[in-house]
Design a protein around this ligand. Sequence first.
Ligand code: EPU
Length: 342
Amino acid sequence: MLVEKNVALQPYNSFHIVAKAFSLVRVTDVTDIERVLASPELRSLPKFVLGGGSNIVLTGDVKPLVLKVEIMGKRLLSETARGYTIEVGAGENWHELVRWSLEQGYPGLENLALIPGTVGAAPVQNIGAYGLELQDRFASLDVVDLHTGARMTLDAAQCGFGYRDSVFKHSGGLGLKDRALITHVRFFLPKPWKAVLGYADLDRKLAASGMAQPDAQQIFDWVCAIRSAKLPDPQRLGNAGSFFKNPTVTPEQCADIIQREPRIVHYPLADGAVKLAAGWLIEACGWKGKAVGNAAVYERQALVLVNRGQATGGEVMTLARAIQTSVYERFGILLEPEPVVV
Ligand code: EPU
């Protein structure tokens, strides 16, 4: 097992923030973790699990031992009359998995096309887009407990999925943040396949196409086109996707805001609460295109913060806090960041 020292993390975070890991171990197999936990020097060190780095803000060099997950492999585990179960290594690229699953004839992940990051990071924030969340296609996942070395398989209930949330984002109590390293994820793709439509952007594509029954590949292509038009490609412009979660408010709060701001974008949820479009709130406060140093609000989607050059994590967080303050002062709503701040 190789412990790499002073490793540049800029290539490993989609914001392209310059920072280094004092020590880093690449995990290609469960045995790599066993070796770390058997090592007298390494086992008691605090640890930080790094996937695709697409949902983190690095605010300095990383002192905990970085475990960079590079466990590969994609395979069909079973096919029944009800659907396909596939098993994927946590280090696989998410978008490549979506593309592969369609090629193999296992549709069901197409709405989640083009989301940056790795398969192991996907359950951490329960990725979601265009009417589908990871939890809708999730079967189970395998983890190694970095405190005890125990290997466990967790089902959806044990993962505690919520909107951009799971047990892997929380410390203390039942939280597994920096404690559980996800090694494999299993997905269940139900038969017969059914298109997930109903999201405004997708429905516009459907109406424009004149198609009655788009197939999964068609939805994949539409999702890729919508995302490419709205969201910056992290290869070209560093970013971590949506920087804030869309907040939920009570119907009373929403009615109060609508009185003052009739154009506010809002969606009623099944449980009676109302979800507000954070991008709209941020744009309404005049933030589109504004910057702090090299950290800026993306011109085409105010929910996305971008790195226009050599932005530091500090600049990103200063911009984020300024946005939070102005949205709070105008709407009385505290926006919650989506990425993990390291
Ligand atoms: N809007 C504005 N101004 C903006 C941005 C958005 O007015 O600058 C309005 C749009 O016009 C639209 C509404 O807000 O009416 C929603 O915008 P959009 O469809 O772009 O979606 P979103 O709510 O901003 C969420 C997810 C995205 C996901 C899309 C599509 C969150 C935090 N973000 O964004 O997820 O791709 O829906 O499902 O839930 C991510 O989590 O990193 C991410 C990109």
